[in-house]
Design a protein around this ligand. Structure first.
Ligand code: TNX
Length: 524
């Protein structure tokens, strides 16, 4: 996270002032479904208030969120006011067009005239997505934490928008290296800017158990006490986890927690001797090998453990999914794997949640509502579809944010591919695997595994800008996606990411719009 004290340059703002307004030429990511320009400007000024119509607390929260976002850069203390009538000239106006019950609908409409900037949505989630569009229509300086003069102009016109896929996520591995609550909240803020709606937290693996389980306290106390490279690790208390869930909820983001089983369990096996077939606790592990650990599948205590962990986690998780991992269980016999997965799915169902699992789970009998996360094997994605299950797309060769950009990238791995910014953008989930069509696909998710990623700066460098491209694949219809056009829009986002203090990778493939001297100042 770079400290951004410098202003992005008056030239930007004033140059914008001279340009004729054209809403269709704005650089919105993900690209909206439909944009019509009317050639004028709406201006946010000291006369601007934010109105919202209706009783809903959630809509008020979104209106307040916008006021909070606008405050640092504009210096304006914009009032958030409930109204039944027409908003006054110069104001921003939130209206709900549904009864708020259809929470899955994220569609919205922006109606921007010289007089009023109106945000209409079926529910608060749609209004929240609309706010991200408004932020992107304002000058890049709106993301700075220091106040400047503006002018804060938005081109007039109409935007009608809704997502192509209902699940658009990022995964963060907090097991290989632990990340603090504050880091996770920053990730939530950054992904919400690109209209993602899920953050999947990989909470356990061989190297660390990162969530407090009250009935098995040693999991976090001992199993969370180190990380890759031997650092001190850490874990979230249940209170901290709930705080993350709430912070995400306020940004209309669902948390999907993962407990990876029956492989990737060395941290648990080190914490409780009785989980091992030989009754002997394993040593903590700080390397980066995979595939060497397994729960003892035929022992009863294993299912008491799984039941307790899922029960506590489900109680803390309002979202519909619990992820049970299931990848790379190379030390579990095939028949044991099938036996375990059937039981684990049953337990998740018992606590009212649906299962998400890595694509290997499609080799087992899938429970109703289980979703396979395709990362490696197309045959597994096909097996899921044959069983009538949905597939979440995270192909390692396109979406793995821990893959290096090219052979000169210092962080990351390259076992799946080098993934440049165009590689992460130019693919289509709906045509990638034969027999797996759009109707079988729940959405897309980009995972960040953290064997080589140790802090928030490194995280930002691997995640951005590739995640913006994945976000567009999840939101924007395939027919509207085009690398040449995207590259130009992404170039304009360099200033925005810089204003937010994001340490992003300045790929040579993108004509970044930042002034030269800033590039020097921001050098890593
Ligand atoms: C494979 S992806 C894994 C992870 C590693 C990752 C590193 C998946 C389901 N398993 O355990 O962290 O590769 O890129």
């Amino acid at each position: 996270m770079a400290i951004v004290a410098l202003s992005l340059g008056i030239s930007l703002g004033s140059c914008k002032k001279q340009e004729p307004s054209d809403l269709t030429r704005e650089s919105i990511i993900p690209a909206p479904v439909s944009v019509t320009a009317t050639g004028g400007y709406f201006t946010i000024s000291k006369n601007t208030d934010i109105y919202f119509k209706g009783e809903t607390e959630e809509l008020k929260q979104v209106a307040q969120y916008l006021a909070d976002r606008l405050k640092p850069a504009t210096g304006l203390d914009i009032e958030v006011i409930q109204t039944a009538g027409e908003p006054k000239r110069g104001s921003i106006y939130f209206v709900l067009t549904g009864d708020g019950t259809n929470t899955a609908d994220e569609s919205y409409e922006l109606n921007i005239s010289k007089k009023v900037l109106q945000i209409s949505a079926v529910n608060a989630a749609g209004a929240f997505r609309a706010v991200q569009t408004v932020r992107q229509l304002l000058p890049a300086e709106i993301e700075l934490s220091t106040a400047s003069e503006g002018p804060w102009m938005v081109p007039t016109g109409i935007i009608s928008d809704y997502p192509d896929y209902s699940y658009r996520g990022m995964m963060l591995d907090v097991s290989r290296h632990f990340f603090s609550v504050e880091d996770v909240k920053r990730v939530i803020d950054l992904i919400s800017y690109y209209k993602l709606n899920v953050l999947h937290l990989h909470l356990s693996d061989d190297q660390g158990w990162r969530i407090e389980i009250k009935s098995w306290p040693n999991l976090a106390l001992h199993g969370g006490s180190t990380e890759v490279g031997g650092g001190e690790g850490g874990f979230f208390t249940q209170e901290q986890y709930s705080d993350i869930v709430k912070y995400a909820q306020e940004r209309h983001i669902t948390i999907v927690p993962e407990i990876d089983m029956p492989g990737h369990t060395n941290a648990a096996l080190a914490s409780y001797a009785e989980l091992n077939c030989d009754g002997k606790a394993r040593e903590l592990y700080t390397g980066i090998n995979v595939g060497f650990s397994s729960l003892c599948v035929r022992k009863d205590i294993t299912y008491k453990f799984v039941d307790d962990v899922i029960r506590e986690l489900a109680a803390l998780t309002p979202g519909p999914y619990i992820h049970i991992g299931g990848d790379e269980s190379h030390s579990t016999k095939t028949e044991d794997y099938l036996f375990f997965m059937e039981k684990a799915q049953e337990i998740v169902g018992k606590y009212g949640k649906n299962v998400l699992g890595w694509d290997e789970i499609a080799t087992t009998k899938l429970a109703n509502g289980s979703v396979a996360q395709y990362w490696a094997k197309a045959a597994n994605a096909q097996k899921a579809v044959e069983q009538g299950a949905k597939v979440l797309f995270s192909p390692a060769i396109k979406t793995y944010l821990d893959m290096q950009y090219d052979s000169t990238t210092k962080l990351g791995l390259h076992w799946a591919a080098y993934i440049e910014v165009d590689d992460a953008y130019e693919w289509d989930p709906a045509t990638m695997v034969e027999g797996v069509g759009k109707e079988n696909i729940l959405g897309v998710e980009a995972p960040l595994w953290t064997e080589t990623v140790t802090n928030i700066d490194e995280l930002e460098y691997m995640v951005f800008p590739r995640l913006a491209g994945i976000a567009e694949i999840g939101w924007t219809p395939a027919l509207k996606r085009d690398w040449i056009d995207y590259r130009e829009r992404l170039a304009r986002h360099g200033e925005r990411l810089a204003a937010m203090g994001v340490d992003f990778y300045r790929s040579d493939l993108v004509p970044w719009a930042e002034p030269e001297e800033k590039k020097v100042l921001k050098a890593r």
